[in-house]
Design a binder for this molecule. Structure first.
Ligand SMILES: Cc1cc2nc3c(=O)[nH]c(=O)nc-3n(C[C@H](O)[C@H](O)[C@H](O)COP(=O)(O)O)c2cc1C
Length: 200
């Protein structure tokens, strides 16, 4: 039995290419682990707020000193982190939006990247606290970034990998449907990416 956490970041609902790719990854995982449980964290229907002073002051002050507002901020962040910790497998749908991840996903990482929860520092430097997890990234983009002249702009997938590596998760597989704005490629890119999904 596997607990799967599906993190969704495209607001485009049923026409979203990254959702289609992510859903196909989930289906393949379920074929392999038939009794798995999927939990969805749709960042577009319940968006994580943009980090402000109240959030930062909460994250960097002792829990004993928290006001009731800070307690609820802390609980919200802790609940997101608990979802990550409970998952054996994490699937992130991430389209390329303006050479980055969607703002919803960036805001989510601001609430999950917390010392003492997802990583810590000791004499040897940073250490991830989320171990033994598998991460799948379902990436979609208008242009092509995995090869060719725009590879230097490949900022989305490496960023997500870096965040999770910092959390201690280094077992990552990436599925890409790229060139979704390029005639001649766009017609088959998503279909090919879905066909190429392999669950290890
Ligand atoms: C707001 C926005 C920004 C985008 N920025 C880029 C970009 O910087 N580079 C790129 O290759 N494609 C870009 N695209 C195209 C998307 O990455 C592509 O259409 C992707 O499949 C969208 O995923 P979705 O359908 O799941 O939302 C952008 C699309 C939108 C809507």
């Amino acid at each position: 039995m596997k607990n799967i956490l599906h993190i969704i970041s495209s607001p485009r609902k049923e026409v979203s290419a990254s959702r289609k790719l992510g859903n196909a990854v989930i289906e393949k995982i379920q074929e392999k682990y038939t009794d798995s449980i999927v939990k969805e964290r749709d960042l577009t229907t319940s968006p994580t707020p943009l980090l402000d002073a109240a959030h930062i002051n909460t994250f960097f002050s002792p829990a004993e000193s928290h006001s009731s507002e800070q307690q609820s901020i802390n609980k919200y962040s802790e609940d997101l982190i608990s979802e990550l910790k409970e998952a054996d497998i994490i699937v992130i749908d991430s389209p390329m939006y303006n050479f980055s991840v969607p703002a919803t996903l960036r805001a989510y990482f601001d609430f999950t990247s917390r010392a003492g929860y997802t990583f810590k520092y000791d004499e040897n430097g940073p250490k991830g606290l989320l171990n033994d997890k598998k991460l799948y990234i379902a990436f979609t983009s208008g242009n092509i970034y995995s090869e060719g002249p725009y590879q230097i702009y490949d900022s989305n997938v490496p960023y997500i990998k870096n965040i999770f590596s910092f959390y201690g998760v280094s077992d990552v597989s990436v599925f890409r449907a790229e060139g979704l704005a390029i005639p001649g490629i766009m017609e088959n890119s998503l279909e090919k990416a879905i066909e190429g999904i392999a669950i290890d």
